[in-house]
Design a protein. Structure first.
Length: 137
């Protein structure tokens, strides 16, 4: 496969990896299992058990396993054939997926900030209007 095709495939394959990782580790639909895993990660005595449950609360950690799953399903390799190609593609896929998740998180923060700013401006306007009405009376 040509390098340009490999790179395009990398960028496209990172989208579902990021989507699955973000959804499981952040979205409301998986809140209860995530809270259970968070509690177990904090309370389990064996180190291995704590680390296992922590996987489901960290998008970066979880994206490694999701990326590995997608590599097995798609048999995608980057730059090399065989195990070296899988290793390179695995880490590249995790990195690109995490860039996507970081960009998405930044976008969500900006949207929340804008909404808070609008709500604050609206509250100030309403307060000014109330003050004007009281002064007129």
């Amino acid at each position: 496969m040509a390098l340009s095709h490999q790179f395009a495939f990398l960028l496209l394959l990172a989208l579902p990896v990021a989507c699955v990782s973000w959804t499981i580790t952040h979205e409301e639909v998986f809140r209860e299992p995530r809270e259970f895993c968070k509690a177990r990660a904090e309370q389990c005595r064996p180190l291995l058990a704590r680390k296992f449950f922590y996987l489901f609360t960290c998008e970066y950690c979880f994206s490694h396993y999701i990326a590995a799953f997608f590599l097995v399903v798609t048999r995608y390799t980057l730059l090399y054939q065989g195990w070296r190609g899988y290793m390179v593609s695995w880490f590249a896929l995790v990195w690109v997926a995490n860039v996507y998740m970081s960009a998405f998180n930044r976008l969500r923060l900006e949207i929340k900030e804008t909404n808070v700013s609008i709500a604050t401006e609206q509250a100030v306007k309403e307060k000014v209007e109330e003050t004007k009405i009281q002064v007129v009376r």
